[in-house]
Design a protein. Structure first.
Length: 135
């Protein structure tokens, strides 16, 4: 597997609009995309910082992954995502190395990405996402 870049950093927030306002008004960043990913029960907002993105994640359902995360841990850093050229090949390599995964098949993510998550127990407690731009 060859990691190409840090694709984005995911941050769980309770109020997407309030958080967007902070990133724009205080940090001077510009939100370039807001979208809802229904299958993940989340609404996202994206900001560019150089070649890396910040993804704010607001739960649309308290029983969804972000809702449960915020209930258990509060707002804050949720995951780090690495961009790869070939997600299926990377997934196969992880299987071969017996790395515990959350996803066994790529799924549709936000911002035109296909994604998989690695179990945090395999990554020193950091929820790690691998992603590839949809082709």
């Amino acid at each position: 597997m060859e990691i190409q870049k840090i694709e984005h950093i995911g941050i769980a927030v309770k109020d997407l609009n309030k958080s967007i306002k902070f990133y724009e008004d205080v940090l001077g960043l510009k939100c370039y995309k807001i979208e809802e990913i229904k299958n993940q029960k989340v609404k996202t907002a994206f900001f560019k910082v150089g070649d890396t993105k910040i993804e704010l994640l607001e739960s649309t359902d308290n029983e969804g992954p972000i809702g449960k995360f915020i209930e258990k841990r509060g707002e804050g850093l949720h995951h780090i995502a690495f961009g790869v050229d070939n997600l299926k090949s990377s997934l196969s390599e992880l299987f071969d190395k017996n790395i515990k995964l959350i996803d066994v098949e790529p799924k549709e993510g936000a911002d035109d990405l296909n994604i998989v998550f690695i179990q945090p127990k395999a990554t020193n407690g950091v929820l790690t996402e691998l992603c590839e731009t949809k082709k």
